[in-house]
Design a protein around this ligand. Structure first.
Ligand code: CUA
Length: 376
């Protein structure tokens, strides 16, 4: 039944774990409207014939005293309301499922730019336009854009998510069968919008591990082969490099470490030690959780939310960071979340931990902790 409806509706393959649920909702919507409009047409047609005006009627017969039974009216109203609630409940449950990545998801940073997709993997690998993922493992995509709004769409996975400059958005999927699946940009983003294509290559876990180690992906993957545009290439990792290590190199090169320390020592800007996931007091008296979104915003537009007790002297880095570099810095800060500040911060700078591990842990020295979603 699923297969028949999928073919009738011209839907692509169902290649992710949630694709089927999304399609079931789609079928429910389509079938309800088809049966609903069919029933109205048939009943309407019957009434038109049954109660048509006949010559012997004279004036059009009207009998205002005759009303439909209350039970009939009531059941129509209640029925429609129940349909609405049921519809909402199914959709809401699915929406939450689509929006909540499993805790063990592997994180991939996606940077959109005119007109290509760039992917950065937790192990430090990068690729252009081709997203390599292992089968049977949830993948959380953290998307941002370097220029204008793009939208990441993989029809076979039934996911679509905008990539917005200066901001992180997320989406997740778990590919259920190996193969190649098209990526489209579904937000008009300029002259090259229609060429902004890509491909998700779902590899068997052991092939994925080989790819991470630098080998070319198995060329015998089933499915249509997409030929990328000339500007697009791909780069398997050349060296052992992690995102936090890359973040440290980027931060050193750009001079971030001139103001921010990694070991918790007080300096011109807030230390990155133990910062991730904390409540950060702002100079307007409110607080904000130092999550990926806040950290990205603070890199791109530091004036938007200023840490209480620190002068607003940081320049913005919007447009000055390579794709994946922002992600690398955020991952670096995340890897320092369990490093306790070494000395009392100046002003009211020390936030309170929201939850999680004790702060009496490692003092000094960046100890990259296992970021969530490390590969097996
Ligand atoms: Cu990017 Cu359309």
């Amino acid at each position: 039944m699923n297969e028949i409806l999928r073919l009738i509706l011209f839907l692509p393959r169902q290649a992710s774990t949630l694709a089927r649920s999304v399609d079931y909702l789609h079928y429910f919507v389509i079938l309800t409207t088809i049966f609903g409009s069919f029933a109205i047409t048939v009943i309407g047609g019957y009434f038109v014939i049954r109660y048509r005006r006949r010559p012997e009627d004279g004036d059009f017969p009207r009998n205002p005293a005759k009303k439909p039974p209350l039970l009939m009216e009531g059941s129509v109203v209640v029925g429609l309301f129940a349909l609405f609630i049921g519809w909402w409940a199914i959709g809401n449950r699915l929406y939450l499922e689509l929006r909540t990545p499993p805790a063990n998801a592997m994180r991939v940073y996606v940077t959109a730019k005119q007109w290509m997709w760039k992917f950065a993997y937790p192990e430090g690998a990068q690729s252009l336009s081709m997203l390599y993922v292992p089968r049977g493992r949830p993948v959380e995509l953290i998307l941002t854009s370097r220029d204008v709004i793009h939208s990441f769409f993989v029809p076979a996975f039934r996911i679509k998510q905008d990539a917005v400059p200066g901001r992180f958005t997320t989406a997740w999927f778990e590919a259920s069968s190996a193969g190649r699946y098209r990526i489209f940009c579904t937000e008009y983003c300029g002259a090259g919008h229609s060429t902004m294509l890509g491909e998700v290559v779902v590899l068997e876990p052991e092939v994925y591990a080989r790819w991470l180690a630098g080998a070319a992906p198995n060329a015998t993957i089933p499915g249509p082969v997409y030929t990328p545009p000339a500007v697009v290439g791909e780069a398997a990792p050349r060296q052992e490099l992690s995102l936090p290590a890359m973040g440290k190199a980027v931060a050193a090169r750009l001079g971030c470490l001139g103001c921010h320390t990694l070991d918790g020592a007080a300096h011109i800007g807030p230390t990155w030690a133990g910062l991730y996931g904390r409540q950060v007091p702002l100079n307007d008296g409110t607080t904000v959780v130092a999550d990926d979104a806040f950290l990205t915003e603070s890199i791109m537009d530091p004036g938007a939310k200023v840490h209480a007790g620190y002068p607003p002297v940081m320049p913005g880095y919007f447009g000055r960071l390579q794709p994946a570099e922002t992600a690398a810095i955020v991952e670096l800060i995340q890897s320092l979340r369990d490093v306790a500040p070494a000395a009392p911060q100046k002003g009211a700078a020390v936030g309170t931990p929201v939850a999680g591990p004790s702060l009496d842990g490692v003092v000094g020295g960046a100890k990259p902790t296992a970021a969530k979603g490390q590969p097996r």
